[in-house]
Write a protein that binds this ligand. Sequence first.
Ligand code: 5GP
Length: 124
Amino acid sequence: MPYAYDDDNIFAKILRDEIPNDTVMETEHTLAFRDIRPQAKTHVLVIPKGKYVNHDHFCLEASEAEIVDFNRVAGQVCAALELQPTEGAGGYRVISNAGGDAGQEVPHYHIHILGGGSLGPMLS
Ligand code: 5GP
Protein backbone atom coordinates (compact mmCIF):
# COMPACT_ATOMS: atom_id res chain seq x y z
CA MET A 1 0.00 0.00 0.00
CA PRO A 2 2.39 2.75 -1.15
CA TYR A 3 -0.09 5.62 -0.97
CA ALA A 4 -1.82 5.34 2.41
CA TYR A 5 -2.58 8.96 3.28
CA ASP A 6 -2.32 10.18 6.89
CA ASP A 7 -5.03 12.79 7.57
CA ASP A 8 -3.10 13.97 10.63
CA ASN A 9 -0.06 15.22 8.71
CA ILE A 10 0.84 18.87 9.21
CA PHE A 11 -0.08 20.00 5.69
CA ALA A 12 -3.51 18.38 6.00
CA LYS A 13 -3.97 20.47 9.14
CA ILE A 14 -2.88 23.60 7.26
CA LEU A 15 -5.41 22.82 4.52
CA ARG A 16 -8.14 22.42 7.16
CA ASP A 17 -7.09 25.80 8.68
CA GLU A 18 -6.25 24.07 11.96
CA ILE A 19 -2.82 25.69 11.98
CA PRO A 20 -1.83 29.00 10.37
CA ASN A 21 0.35 29.47 7.32
CA ASP A 22 1.92 32.34 5.41
CA THR A 23 0.04 31.97 2.13
CA VAL A 24 1.67 33.16 -1.09
CA MET A 25 -1.02 31.97 -3.49
CA GLU A 26 -4.18 29.84 -3.40
CA THR A 27 -6.40 28.38 -6.12
CA GLU A 28 -9.16 25.77 -6.28
CA HIS A 29 -6.70 22.86 -6.24
CA THR A 30 -3.44 24.26 -4.91
CA LEU A 31 -1.91 26.17 -1.99
CA ALA A 32 1.50 27.86 -1.91
CA PHE A 33 2.92 29.07 1.41
CA ARG A 34 6.24 29.95 2.99
CA ASP A 35 8.29 27.23 4.67
CA ILE A 36 8.43 27.65 8.44
CA ARG A 37 12.19 26.85 8.42
CA PRO A 38 13.42 28.57 5.26
CA GLN A 39 16.60 27.16 3.73
CA ALA A 40 17.01 30.09 1.33
CA LYS A 41 16.01 33.75 1.28
CA THR A 42 12.84 32.68 -0.50
CA HIS A 43 11.50 29.21 0.38
CA VAL A 44 7.96 28.40 -0.70
CA LEU A 45 6.11 25.09 -0.52
CA VAL A 46 3.48 24.28 -3.14
CA ILE A 47 0.95 21.59 -2.25
CA PRO A 48 -2.13 20.16 -3.93
CA LYS A 49 -5.32 20.31 -1.89
CA GLY A 50 -6.00 16.67 -2.78
CA LYS A 51 -4.74 13.83 -0.63
CA TYR A 52 -1.52 12.75 -2.36
CA VAL A 53 1.43 11.38 -0.44
CA ASN A 54 4.27 12.19 -2.81
CA HIS A 55 5.32 13.13 -6.33
CA ASP A 56 4.62 9.83 -8.07
CA HIS A 57 1.28 9.46 -6.29
CA PHE A 58 0.24 12.92 -7.51
CA CYS A 59 1.53 12.42 -11.06
CA LEU A 60 -0.17 9.03 -11.41
CA GLU A 61 -3.48 9.65 -9.62
CA ALA A 62 -4.36 13.37 -9.73
CA SER A 63 -6.75 14.72 -12.33
CA GLU A 64 -5.45 16.73 -15.27
CA ALA A 65 -7.10 19.83 -13.77
CA GLU A 66 -5.20 19.35 -10.51
CA ILE A 67 -1.89 18.74 -12.29
CA VAL A 68 -2.26 21.74 -14.58
CA ASP A 69 -3.33 23.97 -11.70
CA PHE A 70 -0.45 22.83 -9.49
CA ASN A 71 2.15 23.53 -12.15
CA ARG A 72 0.61 26.87 -13.09
CA VAL A 73 0.71 27.95 -9.44
CA ALA A 74 4.35 26.85 -9.17
CA GLY A 75 5.18 28.99 -12.20
CA GLN A 76 3.13 31.91 -10.93
CA VAL A 77 4.92 31.79 -7.57
CA CYS A 78 8.27 32.04 -9.37
CA ALA A 79 7.00 34.98 -11.40
CA ALA A 80 5.26 36.76 -8.52
CA LEU A 81 8.34 36.50 -6.28
CA GLU A 82 10.61 37.56 -9.18
CA LEU A 83 12.69 34.37 -9.09
CA GLN A 84 12.83 33.84 -12.85
CA PRO A 85 16.38 33.84 -14.22
CA THR A 86 17.22 36.62 -16.65
CA GLU A 87 20.28 36.73 -18.93
CA GLY A 88 22.07 34.11 -16.82
CA ALA A 89 21.45 35.85 -13.51
CA GLY A 90 18.99 35.01 -10.74
CA GLY A 91 17.14 31.73 -10.72
CA TYR A 92 15.65 29.20 -8.36
CA ARG A 93 15.55 25.49 -7.50
CA VAL A 94 12.58 23.12 -7.37
CA ILE A 95 12.86 19.99 -5.19
CA SER A 96 10.48 17.28 -4.04
CA ASN A 97 11.49 14.67 -1.48
CA ALA A 98 9.65 11.34 -1.72
CA GLY A 99 9.97 8.71 0.99
CA GLY A 100 12.49 7.93 3.66
CA ASP A 101 15.55 7.71 1.42
CA ALA A 102 14.92 11.30 0.32
CA GLY A 103 14.17 12.47 3.86
CA GLN A 104 10.53 13.35 3.23
CA GLU A 105 9.29 14.78 6.52
CA VAL A 106 5.67 15.60 5.67
CA PRO A 107 3.69 12.84 3.91
CA HIS A 108 1.57 15.20 1.81
CA TYR A 109 2.96 15.90 -1.66
CA HIS A 110 4.83 19.18 -1.95
CA ILE A 111 7.52 20.87 -3.93
CA HIS A 112 10.05 23.26 -2.46
CA ILE A 113 10.81 26.41 -4.46
CA LEU A 114 14.07 27.94 -3.26
CA GLY A 115 15.60 31.17 -4.50
CA GLY A 116 16.45 34.75 -3.77
CA GLY A 117 20.22 34.31 -3.94
CA SER A 118 22.99 31.84 -4.75
CA LEU A 119 21.94 28.34 -3.68
CA GLY A 120 25.21 26.47 -3.97
CA PRO A 121 25.53 22.94 -5.38
CA MET A 122 22.42 20.76 -5.24
CA LEU A 123 24.11 17.56 -4.05
CA SER A 124 26.57 17.54 -1.19
P1 5GP B 1 10.17 17.57 3.35
O1 5GP B 1 11.37 17.17 4.15
O2 5GP B 1 8.97 16.73 3.67
O3 5GP B 1 10.48 17.63 1.86
O4 5GP B 1 9.87 19.08 3.74
C1 5GP B 1 8.88 19.45 4.64
C2 5GP B 1 9.03 20.94 4.85
O5 5GP B 1 7.90 21.37 5.58
C3 5GP B 1 10.28 21.35 5.64
O6 5GP B 1 11.06 22.24 4.87
C4 5GP B 1 9.69 22.02 6.89
O7 5GP B 1 10.44 23.15 7.31
C5 5GP B 1 8.31 22.40 6.44
N1 5GP B 1 7.34 22.44 7.52
C6 5GP B 1 7.15 21.51 8.51
N2 5GP B 1 6.16 21.89 9.32
C7 5GP B 1 5.69 23.07 8.84
C8 5GP B 1 4.64 23.94 9.26
O8 5GP B 1 3.95 23.71 10.24
N3 5GP B 1 4.45 25.06 8.52
C9 5GP B 1 5.22 25.35 7.43
N4 5GP B 1 4.94 26.48 6.76
N5 5GP B 1 6.21 24.54 7.00
C10 5GP B 1 6.44 23.42 7.71
